[in-house]
Write a protein that binds this ligand. Structure first.
Ligand code: C5P
Length: 227
């Protein structure tokens, strides 16, 4: 099937906005594939620190990104290490250190270019829900539906806090809020693919919405576009 005919729903937004949860549910309801593009930047940062590569060493980090030895299986993510060993890094890439590392490597243009093809490969029938920062602006500019999903910084810090608690990880809400604001500022200020709402994206403000309400809003917009 011609790739450009396969529908994409692009959901972009700031850190901890809940776009991952909403995107995964929309994909499930529609029977579409799902791309969590942030996990690729997180994996790149983790692979770099494991390999002793400095996060600002653009050529080396990009080489790691291009050949990222990662496997996605049944909701778990595995990263191959040396000597044929591979490790479950599903939780490790969610740590605050990996979050900060991801946003640093994501500011490097050659790294972003190295991950582009890998992201395009997720566009498979019957469709794809892709979430990140530049899904609608750069990776899938011809997406059938573009959504910019956001919430207040305080609501997002609280959501991240609950998420970490549920995973049994320790967290401090004040430092989470500060980390989020720093990461948002870096993601919005960078010169390549900055976090921004595309003019043709629908704005979904979720501070006062439940997950189900947000999912229904996205599905509603998508149905409108099928008419
Ligand atoms: O979405 P998530 O918080 O997992 O993303 C981690 C980091 O990866 C973000 O802070 C951002 O810097 C980067 N990212 C990006 N472009 C994407 C997805 C994530 O720059 N499409």
């Amino acid at each position: 099937m011609n790739h450009s005919l396969i529908p994409v729903i692009a959901i972009d937004g700031p850190s901890a906005s809940g776009k991952g949860t909403v995107a995964a549910l929309v994909a499930q309801r529609l029977g579409f594939h799902y791309l969590d593009s942030g996990s690729l930047y997180r994996l790149t940062a983790l692979a770099a620190s494991r390999a002793g590569v400095a996060l600002d060493d653009e050529p080396q980090v990009a080489a790691l990104a291009a050949g990222l030895p990662a496997r996605f299986e049944a909701g778990r993510i595995r990263l191959a290490g040396g000597q044929g060993k591979d490790e479950d890094v599903t939780d490790a890439i969610r740590s605050e250190a990996s979050s900060a590392g991801a946003s640093k490597v994501a500011a490097l243009p050659v790294v972003r270019a190295a991950l582009l093809e890998r992201q395009h490969a997720y566009r498979q029938a019957p469709g794809l829900v892709a979430e990140g920062r530049d899904m609608g602006s750069v990776v899938f500019p011809d997406a059938r539906l573009k959504v910019f999903l956001t919430a207040s910084a305080e609501a997002r810090a609280e959501r991240r806090y609950k998420q970490l608690m549920e995973k049994g990880m320790s967290a401090n809400i004040t430092s989470l809020l500060q980390d989020l604001q720093e990461r948002d500022a870096r993601d919005a200020a960078r010169s390549v693919a900055p976090l921004q709402k595309c003019v043709d994206a629908e704005l979904l403000e979720t501070t006062q919405l439940s997950v189900e309400q947000a999912v229904q809003a996205v599905l509603g917009w998508y149905r409108q576009r099928l008419r």
